[in-house]
Design a protein around this ligand. Structure first.
Ligand code: NAD
Ligand code: G6P
Ligand code: MN
Length: 441
């Protein structure tokens, strides 16, 4: 059985240790011979790596492990790059959220002007990594979680159209996991879904069990009562803002009763309410800095001090299982059906064939094949057309260094009330992103 070599890029990420644990748990179906980390923040990565070295030594000492900030060392002899960069780290995420909010607009990591700002920071470093991978391990695949996935995907489509990068998101599978639990199934893999949209902007049109029974009515009945919240919160996120997004599933079902909506649609369809409930001095970035980031780094520190991870709270999650399943499907031709972000090419019949859409694909050794989604209704089509135009203009603005296009991208975004507000936000974002953005003229 083939044994793979994995590079986790963004080795200092809060998700890295969870992915390592998952890789070690999946060893029988997806054997691994080497795990490496790559990051441009040596200090941050070292803290995670020293803890992971102990986890690996205790659970699978035969796996070779290393970490580096050197691209050649990192990207050589690699089968998969599992990428999860946060360009500008939490300090810049805070700006992405707080600058729009200051102007009365949704402040979110991947949606609205904050998402556009993050996109303009991320495209360059992701392209740089794609180039390292092509230089040092040309047969490898990059499985990319780095956000904002929609804009990163459009950026790589435009700038590296033939690269072996697959952009993914864990939100649909996290919501599917909740749906499965609330109707009493063991896990999401007991369901077969049809879903389409853009990243963080999509709908489930059909969910059935393996016998073909329609599960939508039961799931809808739960969502109509309490959104995607559960009576026992088993999921990975528990913060106030996250639960509010989960509850919004209820209103989203009133807006679109035929389908099940991705909770990220809340930021577009319930923008005013979202702003009203936001604290402009303490946003999700602050919740994460005081929560997940603190917890992960404290736990890594504890493992290193004790020189054992036998009692660690670090565990694998749906997030980690999804990326490992994808690597497994590409290696062993499992033909698993997975939601990926890919160029439409007619899969959604009445939608821009060049748009990067999120749809089910069959994944095997030679890559993936998207499933046909047919024609979509006017409401979804209209919303998606506006959003994809915003994303495309942002990427064109990045490539051309065009102030006008980035201004239009923000103006076009449904979260933004006018061109004047868009300009005010853009000017503040330019100031905050000087170190990261191309000069816009
Ligand atoms: P984090 O800040 O903890 O980790 C990101 C790491 O990337 C940091 O260690 C940072 O130093 C590193 N980094 C930044 N720029 C880099 C560069 N140019 N080269 C190399 N390394 C670089 O962030 P996190 O909260 O763990 O999230 C990581 C990423 O994963 C984010 O982009 C997040 O949005 C994304 N994410 C995406 C999904 C999805 O559904 N697509 C799900 C979860 C997380
Ligand atoms: C979901 C989304 C991701 C996002 C993540 C974490 O899983 O799909 O794209 O990065 O949430 O967000 P957080 O706010 O917890 O950092
Ligand atoms: Mn996502």
């Amino acid at each position: 059985m083939k044994k793979s070599s994995i590079l986790i890029a963004g080795g200092g990420s809060t998700y890295t240790a969870g992915i390592v644990v998952m890789l070690l748990e999946a060893m029988e179906e997806f054997p691994v011979r080497k795990i490496k980390f790559y990051d441009n923040d040596e200090e941050r990565q070292r803290k995670v790596a020293e803890a992971c070295a102990i986890i690996i030594k205790e659970r699978a000492p035969e796996v070779e492990f290393g970490y580096t900030t050197d691209p050649k060392e990192a990207f050589s002899d690699v089968d998969f790059v599992m990428a999860q960069l946060r360009v500008g780290k939490y300090a810049m995420r805070e700006q992405d959220e707080k600058i729009p909010l200051k102007h009365g607009v949704v402040g979110q990591e991947t949606c609205g002007p904050g998402g556009i700002a993050y996109g303009l920071r991320s495209i360059g470093p992701i392209i740089e990594m794609v180039d390292y991978m092509e230089k040092y391990s040309p047969d490898a695949w990059m499985l990319n979680y780095s956000n904002p996935a929609a804009i990163v995907a459009e950026g790589t489509r435009r700038l590296r159209p033939n690269s072996r990068i697959i952009n993914i998101c864990d939100m649909p599978i996290c919501l599917e996991d909740i749906m499965a639990r609330v109707i009493g199934l063991k896990n999401r893999k007991d369901m077969e879904v049809r879903y389409y949209g853009l990243n963080h902007f999509g709908w489930w049109t059909n969910i059935q069990d393996h016998a073909g029974n329609d599960l939508m009515p039961k799931i809808k009945a739960h969502i109509a009562k309490q959104g995607y919240t559960e009576d026992t919160q088993a999921g990975q996120h528990k913060e106030a803002s996250w639960l509010e997004a989960m509850r919004a599933g209820k209103e989203l079902l009133e807006i679109e009763p035929k389908y099940l909506s991705n909770t990220y649609l809340k930021y577009y369809l319930m923008a005013d309410e979202t702003v009203l409930h936001s604290d402009k001095n303490y946003t999700r970035a602050n919740e994460i800095i005081d929560g997940r980031e603190k917890d992960v780094f404290e736990e890594c520190q504890r493992i290193v001090s004790n020189q054992t991870a036998k009692d660690t709270s670090i565990h694998s999650s749906e997030h980690a299982s999804f990326i490992v399943d994808l690597a497994k499907a590409l290696t062993f031709n499992t033909k698993e059906r997975m939601l990926l972000i890919t160029q439409n090419n007619g899969a959604i019949e009445n939608f821009d064939s060049e748009a990067m859409v999120e749809i089910p694909c069959i994944v095997g050794k030679n890559g993936f094949e998207p499933l046909s989604m047919g024609k979509i209704p006017t409401f979804q089509k209209g919303l998606m057309e506006q959003q994809i135009a915003s994303e495309k203009l942002a990427v064109e603005g990045y490539i051309e260094g065009s102030y006008q296009k980035v201004w239009q991208a923000i103006t076009m975004n449904k979260t933004v009330p006018s061109a004047k507000v868009a300009k005010d936000i853009l000017d503040d974002l330019i100031e905050a992103n000087k170190e990261f953005w191309p000069v816009l003229k």
